[in-house]
Design a protein around this ligand. Sequence first.
Ligand SMILES: O=P(O)(O)OC[C@H]1O[C@H](OP(=O)(O)OP(=O)(O)O)[C@H](O)[C@@H]1O
Ligand SMILES: O=c1cc[nH]c(=O)[nH]1
Ligand SMILES: [Mg+2]
Length: 210
Amino acid sequence: MPVIEVRHPLVKHKIGLMREGDISTKKFRELTAEIARLLTYEACRDFELEKVTIDGWAGPVEIDQIKGKKVTVVPILRAGLGMLDGVLDLIPNAKVSVVGIARNHDTLMPESYFERFVGQLDERLAMIIDPMLATGGSLIATIDMLKRNGCKHIKALVLVAAPEGIKALKAAHPDVQLYTAAIDSHLNEVGYIIPGLGDAGDKIFGTKEA
Ligand SMILES: O=P(O)(O)OC[C@H]1O[C@H](OP(=O)(O)OP(=O)(O)O)[C@H](O)[C@@H]1O
Ligand SMILES: O=c1cc[nH]c(=O)[nH]1
Ligand SMILES: [Mg+2]
């Protein structure tokens, strides 16, 4: 399974800023969207182009266009919503499918509570977005759902991935490409990524208790 850790200096700088312990909700949201844009840029690198002739200012001109790519972006609720605007900035015509999954705090198992996919999934590239890949349970469950609904081409974009989650994802879905801004050290005893970002959903939605 291809894992693309985006090592661009802008990505490294921004993910570093997100690790500050008392970062504000505003700053965390802004950086989430900015890194989502940069990951999207990387994830679109293999999009096919075709030549098209248009009327230019000095007559006909041949240009490159992205070849009829059908994309659905798939945010995993809640935290994945924080990345959505950043992705749609670069792929404004993408359709949006939504999956609601919350990790059970005791068992760390993903519990699915919502699923709404756009049509023609068999013809689309699905770009799943979620800031955190920890045990991998939530992402694997999302891919299971997409594949059950006919999706064949899937990429996942995360801000931070734990080695444990990457290993589980590789075993379950070796065909899925993973793009990440950082591969961190490990999971702690309660399933949080170290050094990680803390609870990304709470930070994006402002539900973190003081
Ligand atoms: O790889 P995993 O071990 O499954 O953990 C990662 C999941 O946990 C977080 O969501 P959470 O369950 O906290 O839901 P939230 O987005 O509503 O806060 C995160 O946004 C991922 O979806
Ligand atoms: O570190 C982690 C792990 C799961 N979910 C988060 O938001 N952060
Ligand atoms: Mg959360």
